[in-house]
Design a protein around this ligand. Sequence first.
Ligand code: ZN
Length: 580
Amino acid sequence: MNHLDEIRAKIAIEDLVGGYVQLKKAGRNLKGLCPFHNDTHPSFMVSPEKGIGYCFACNNGGDIFKFIQLIEKVDFPAAVKILADKAGVRLPEFKPEAHNEKLRMLKVNEQAAEFFTEQLRSSESGMKYFKDRGLSEATIKEFQLGLASDSYTALRDYLKKSDFDEKFLLEAGLISQRSIADKSTFDRFRNRMMFPIHDQQGNVVGFGGRIIGEGEPKYLNSPDTPVYNKSFVLYGLHLAKEAIKKEDLAIFVEGYMDVIAAHQAGTGNVIATSGTALTTPQLRLIKRYTRNIAFAFDADSAGAEATKRAIELAQEAELNLRIILIPEGKDPDECIRKNPDAWKQAIKKAVRVMDFYFSHAFSLYDAKDIDGKKAILNMLLPLIKQTTSSVEQNEHLKRLAYELKTEVKFLWEDMKKLESRKTYQPVAGTEVPAPQKEVFSREEFLLGFIMDRPELYEIVHSNLIDVAGFDPVTEKIYKTLKRVYNSRSIVELRELQGELSEEERQRLSILPLLIEEYYPDFSEEAARKEVMSLIRQINKKNLRASQKEFEFRIREAQDSGERTLLLNQYSQILKLANKL
Ligand SMILES: [Zn+2]
């Protein structure tokens, strides 16, 4: 029994929570007013049996350690200390396993970044690439820019010498596996200019790589890993955060080169998303530093859905938003290279969102022509309708009426006829934001069902095709579960816990409660049906992902032999997909 188990054995969740919240019995569980949100009827559920307290209204809670973390606002080690004192357990020097794993992953990323930097230093053409784009030595160093050579194994072999095994390198997203059948590995980044991606503390958490010369994809990013979640990271923030606070403004641009050029030109409050469109968590992150943001997106992306969506998200997040119209060239990088002062002026002259839409619409269509007028109305009326105050709407409509030489009352009528729709429809072929992760994923519900009703394990085991779409934690939980089941034919929470890191235990322990909350009193038959439907959806998602992966690798295939092999595997995947 380790120290955490010892503490768990000595402190009952109901006693701990009971010290903060009045609990009443509710069936097998206890319920009380949630201490984490403004709760009016008891939604905080405590399961003495499972050692968990959780609120499904605000999705906060966990075991005793998590509960203390949340309610005392401390980190995990501090929570362990508090509870150890309470339980009278003496702690050895404490090193949580998950924490170590993350530190190791940061280390391997740092070493990879150093390796790429070295490669760049020894490549004349590589250095020329950045210098031709106007970057100084100091800038190249500041952003830790690098180069991945055209080798399939250089990085892998280098890191293996430092005792990182292939399994770990795969988890870190630095190497890839040929296929499900062929487990041999190769460097993920080849023949690319390398842009390390840092978290806000300045740790390297992933990479973006731009192809040298022509090729697909033009930009390749690290996959999500335990230290890199694309939706939560902003490129350049570690260097920009002080300037953002000082200027009380954060400027979002689209590309890595835009960020770097802007910093070199003296505008240090510039950041970019990396590998995704803008997300709500990224906006929450920036809100810690400022409430004022500006978008300086490529001129030709003005009408793109991704830009509209970004604007919507910023408005939902209640940030003050301005749009920077880039005067020269099509992106900030180009503008700065041509005329850095024009860039600084453009920042000063940033316009309100509706001004931006107006100038975009009027630049696209002819306002004197009847079809042009219609097109302008089609574009602007829905946007005006979305603004919340009718005073503001009236102002916009007055301006529109003036510009189109018509009367406001007609515009009001037209606008009212529009259906109110706000749902976001991605446009095929463009990069769309990853769907906001729901609080719980399908995979987690699936695992929850297995924990709640072990007899369902067999169904899952025999129908689930692959775990490729699982996030790292659920994947580890599922694989561990599978191993325990195979050797002992049981699904038992306690049996699993010894095999998991602390973070994984926290995630795991909530899962059975999840089912009690979302599927109360489900019959066995209903549970089976739900599980089958979850498996179908997960399989579909996985197949779609491997389909994409194959399409990419077929395009990338070096010779016709490799191509044929890939095409064969691809057609098998298509067959499977058609059966679902
Ligand atoms: Zn709550």
